[in-house]
Design a protein around this ligand. Structure first.
Ligand SMILES: Nc1ncnc2c1ncn2[C@@H]1O[C@@H]2COP(=O)(O)O[C@H]2[C@H]1O
Length: 439
């Protein structure tokens, strides 16, 4: 069951219990719901868990003063829903007259300054609308050693950022600022960190482990792929899709052949911050240097630190940022790499199968017969995501593959291209002379 703003009522019930009465499963549930709050989500998972154990829920009406300037700090607050204004007077009345009062919205936190430093409140906080808050009391905070945890994590982030070569000339003050606006997160092996780093609003530092940058390449748009296919199929008597000037493998145009191109980055590359470039160039480089291709960042058991783009931008020496520019390989270069790797994969595959079956293959034989007319209608992708160009030759065999139309010769009955769905391919088997019999 959810309240009006999607806060599950169960969270309210759980947070009414004393911390020691909450089960681990309940605390995890609260933790997952509090992810909505940005400032909470910026803590490490361990700290989030500890906070979820002690938070309690509170609801204030519009106009209510939550805390007053000059009081001792006994709690701090996360805004789950609503907004508050900060004022310098005690009753908050100046919010009505101030031209630009400081307003904190859903996702922000406040009241932590006096709690952590043991000082008096530096401002009065008043609700601008009905506001839902999660409160952490000072006693619970210190009893659960959250201050130590908070400090330890902050130090870790600070030291890590300070150690990155890119930041070596930054002042201590700037590093403290960027550290305070950063957050740390751990990702499992294979977990997507961001679907498109070029659109990310953070700069990502990899503090532990390795990441992969994956980029989808449309092979049909790569000249290298066209050349390669021509080379592979030169012995075919007639392949209209390759020879027609306007055709240009037009039959493949409906597909996006998936090429997963791995570019690995890890924390050993800390001092070679090209991985920063990937994230930076979209925002900070001149237009002609920008690369807007979609790139997915995937964790290989990585821990990352997100730096807020806005804070980073404010502190950044834009003159220096150009030094970070590095060109990412073009799609055609990625395609070439893929084809090279593919060739090696296929040699290995052939070698393995020829060793396994060598008794049955006494001499080198071309495996494929001349193809018939049917070849123009279908190539296949098998269950393992392998595009099998050699299947063109097996006209008599019925393979349990899903057939993918490649080229339909325009006839009167069938003048249009067949519908083709996007397919993933991991490698390509091409017609070639088999290694069978060599060993
Ligand atoms: N300029 C500001 N921007 C954001 N938050 C502020 C600002 N000034 C004060 N605060 C918050 O208002 C809170 C008032 O109580 P504290 O002094 O405990 O902690 C303070 C901060 O959390």
């Amino acid at each position: 069951m959810f309240s009006q703003d999607n806060l599950p009522l169960r969270v309210i019930q759980i947070t009414r219990k004393r911390p020691e009465w909450r089960t681990e499963e309940e605390v995890k549930f609260v933790q997952s719901c509090l992810q909505e709050i940005e400032s909470y989500g910026s803590y490490s998972l361990r700290l989030q868990f500890l906070l979820a154990k002690v938070v309690r829920f509170e609801w204030f009406e519009r106009g209510r003063v939550i805390l007053k300037k000059g009081q001792c700090g006994i709690s701090f607050y996360f805004i789950y829903f609503g907004s508050v204004a900060l004022t310098d007077d005690e009753d908050g009345s100046s919010t009505l007259t101030a031209l630009y009062p400081v307003v904190l919205q859903k996702g922000a936190k406040f009241g932590e300054v006096s709690v952590l430093k043991g000082t008096r409140r530096v401002a009065t906080v008043i609700c601008l609308e009905d506001t839902k808050l999660f409160v952490v009391d000072k006693d619970d905070f210190f009893a659960n050693k959250l201050d130590e945890e908070l400090q330890e994590e902050l130090c870790y982030r600070y030291n890590f950022i300070k150690g990155v070569k890119f930041f070596e000339k930054w002042s201590k003050r700037s590093i403290v600022r960027i550290t305070n606006s950063s957050k740390m997160e751990k990702f499992y092996y294979g977990q997507v960190i961001t679907k498109d780093i070029t659109k990310s609003d953070s700069v990502i530092l990899i503090s532990k482990g390795t990441c992969e940058i994956l980029h989808l390449v449309d092979l049909t748009a790569c000249p290298s792929y066209h050349k390669w296919v021509c080379r592979q199929l030169t012995h075919l008597p007639k392949v209209p899709c390759l020879t027609r000037k306007t055709g240009k493998l037009c039959s493949l145009a409906g597909f996006l052949w998936k090429l997963l191109n791995n570019h690995q980055v890890n924390n050993s590359e800390l001092y070679c911050p090209w991985y920063l470039c990937i994230l930076l160039y979209q925002h900070f480089f001149p237009d002609h240097m920008q690369d807007r291709r979609n790139m997915v960042l995937v964790s290989k058991d990585a821990e990352v630190i997100w730096l807020k783009k806005d804070t980073f931008e404010k502190l950044l020496d834009l003159g220096k940022v150009l030094e970070l520019h590095k060109r990412y390989p073009s799609d055609d270069e990625l395609c070439q790499k893929f084809l090279e790797e593919n060739q090696w994969k296929m040699i290995k595959k052939d070698l393995t199968s020829s060793i396994i079956q060598r008794k049955c293959a006494p001499k080198i034989t071309p495996v494929f017969e001349k193809p018939g007319e049917h070849v123009h209608n279908s190539w296949t992708i098998n269950q393992a995501g392998i595009l099998d160009l050699s299947m063109l030759h097996h006209k008599h065999q019925q393979y349990p593959h899903r057939f993918v139309p490649v080229y339909m010769e325009p006839t009167r009955q069938q003048p249009v291209m067949p519908e083709a769905k996007l397919r993933l391919i991991h490698s390509i088997i091409s017609p070639h002379t088999c290694l069978k019999g060599l060993f």
